[in-house]
Design a protein around this ligand. Sequence first.
Ligand code: ADP
Ligand code: MG
Length: 249
Amino acid sequence: MLKIKDLTVKAGDKVILENFNLNVKNGEIVAIMGKNGSGKSTLCKALLNHPDYKKEGTIIFNEEDITDSKTEDIAKKGIYYLMQNPTEIEGVTNASYIKEARKARGIKEDVFTFNKELNKIIEETGIDKKYIHHNINERLSGGEKKKNELLGLYALNPSLILLDELDSGLDIDSLKNISQAILKYKEKTNASIIIITHHDSILSYIKPDIVHVIWDKNIKLSGDYTLAEKIEKQGFSWTINMTRSDNNE
Ligand code: ADP
Ligand code: MG
């Protein structure tokens, strides 16, 4: 469903990813690990065609070239980015955002149906009803913001979810609850998930089918879940001597 081919990403003159390749299949859960500053968030932003980055290479999503598509069009095609630090949006309530998001995804519904769907979304995400007319993420803690972002996930009905450091700022119970809500969504829709992380706690809740390690602008190593456990114990430095051909691909 997602094919990234020979992707090079630059911010100004700085090359952040170089000749990066990644395939994600339908329903697959892929973990991307790498130390701070290795380019994980940049990968997400490049996928979404963030204007700060220059790209070479191609990004194919569901057989369509989205390399140069507008960010909002990429979202409409079904890629959802759960940001590392979700932003506060003044003047836009969750309810109006959900309404617009559903419209953008081509869902036509009257007020009655919308309210019914809204209640369903609240129930599925476990979000307190009082937040529904709250401005998006306004004055929420880091963890509450991530929980609030689940509304967007359920409203936009994506087929690919990018979880950027979901675990950062979340206590163990919140991480577990949010992971469960994401897994519930995945079971319902067979969406694919890319989990960006630098340690394995989230991976114990959302088990990846494959783990890739970014080092020096590219994936240097891939393996199963045990690779994440090894990194948790030994850190990232030992991966520097590995090349992608050393691994089990
Ligand atoms: P990670 O998410 O793996 O911690 P990032 O993708 O955020 O890393 O950043 C990778 C590197 O690229 C860092 O050195 C960061 O400072 C740099 N970088 C990211 N975005 C920009 C930008 N817009 N302008 C300049 N440098 C950037
Ligand atoms: Mg990051």
